[in-house]
Design a protein around this ligand. Structure first.
Ligand SMILES: [Zn+2]
Length: 371
């Protein structure tokens, strides 16, 4: 029987790992850790898989690749940008099969369409044909000013990022509040491979001279130089112009607007400047803040601000996606049930509450014959 099994990712901000079984293939969708450090999926009942598909390189989607030995010897599929953020020691080159950022492709003999997810550079969603269509969104956003979002095809079964639950505020209204906080000088903490370049672009658009830490600068350089379809030609040109104008300011001072990794000031320039807090550096966090991180401690003590910068879908975005794809079964991932009462009510019988989701019998005779 074709089915989808939620290994991890349902019922809270948990690591992503979903097992898709169809046409005799076993495909694992993401293999994350956290975001709470040390939280890993239980793979004891997964068995060997044919392939692992990685949506993007954030730790809650790729952080458990060290457990791959429990899954046989699968090939791993992702885009070049995603692979570029995963060390060879974690995933040897001979295991990797590179995917395009959008268009038709094939994974373990199955026809698949991928598209850009608007959430991370090189991040993609996966659409598997057959059994009514299965669409795995990973994390996604339709609001990014920099990263394009490709419209996915219709699918009967949808696994979607519902991290924000019922939250429905627009990114456009959040940027002004962040710019106001940052104007006198601030350290804006961001994850590697995330919202850093977009933040710099937006804040400079509002007249703030935001500068990048070395990690975000390298991300901007690769976005400006790569012609892989990750971002538009206009965005590439805008980033190149910003890089050209940006001072190579290694003398970080508290009156500058500094966009710096890591997201919760665990490492990177954000952690270094945290050590120099008494010089007057002000800190802003804008994403999910796990407990026992420097960001968590500072926020508890009221020594930093938290203002959201949307990188996940709002309630309206999720409802639009469900409507447009025509999904009859929806896994609302990475969120606690208490945080989505409106979404739960709106989805009604379409919301999957069990870990195992049977997929309908294939109507396409060619695909059926291949089973
Ligand atoms: Zn992510």
């Amino acid at each position: 029987m074709a089915k989808l099994t939620v290994v991890s990712g349902q019922g809270g901000k948990l690591p992503a790992a979903f097992l898709l079984e169809m046409h005799g293939r076993r495909i694992l969708l993401d293999l994350g850790e956290g975001p709470q450090p040390g939280v890993k999926p239980d793979l004891s009942e997964v068995g060997s898989v044919d392939a692992i598909c990685l949506s993007h390189a954030h730790i809650d989607h790729v952080g458990s690749l060290d457990l791959v030995g429990q899954l046989g010897s699968p090939l791993v599929f992702a885009t070049g940008q995603t692979f570029g953020l995963i060390p060879e020691a974690v995933l040897p080159l001979e295991r990797r099969l590179q995917l395009p950022v959008s268009g038709k492709t094939e994974i373990s003999g199955l026809p698949v369409i991928v598209g850009r997810n608007g959430h991370a550079p090189g991040g993609i969603w996966f659409h598997f044909a057959g059994h009514g269509g299965v669409l795995y969104m990973g994390d996604w956003s339709a609001e990014s000013l920099l990263l394009p979002f490709d419209e996915p095809p219709a699918a009967g079964c949808l696994i979607t990022d519902a991290s924000y639950g019922d939250f429905d505020e627009a990114l456009s209204s959040q940027i002004g509040a962040i710019a106001d906080f940052a104007a006198p000088g601030a350290v804006l903490c961001v994850p590697a491979g995330g919202r850093g370049p977009e933040m710099i672009l937006a804040l400079n658009g509002l007249g703030l001279e935001a500068i990048a830490c070395p990690v975000v600068r390298r991300e901007m350089q690769s976005l400006a130089s790569e012609d892989t379809g990750t971002i538009s030609a206009e965005s590439r040109a805008a980033i190149a112009a910003l890089l050209h104008a940006m001072p190579r300011d290694e003398e970080w001072s508290p009156n500058r607007v500094i966009v710096a990794t890591e997201a919760n000031a665990e490492t990177g320039l954000a952690a270094q400047l945290l050590q120099r807090r008494e010089e007057g550096f002000r800190f802003l966090f804008s994403g999910h803040v796990p407990a026992q991180t420097p960001a968590w401690d500072m926020l508890q003590r009221d020594e930093a601000r938290w203002l959201r910068w949307n990188v996940h879908p709002r309630l309206q975005d999720t409802m639009d996606l469900v409507t447009r794809t025509g999904a009859e079964k929806v896994v609302a991932a990475f969120v606690r049930r208490e945080e989505m009462p409106r979404l739960e009510q709106w989805l009604g019988g379409r919301l999957c509450r069990t870990r195992i989701i049977p997929l309908p019998v294939d109507r396409d005779p060619l695909l059926k014959a291949a089973e």
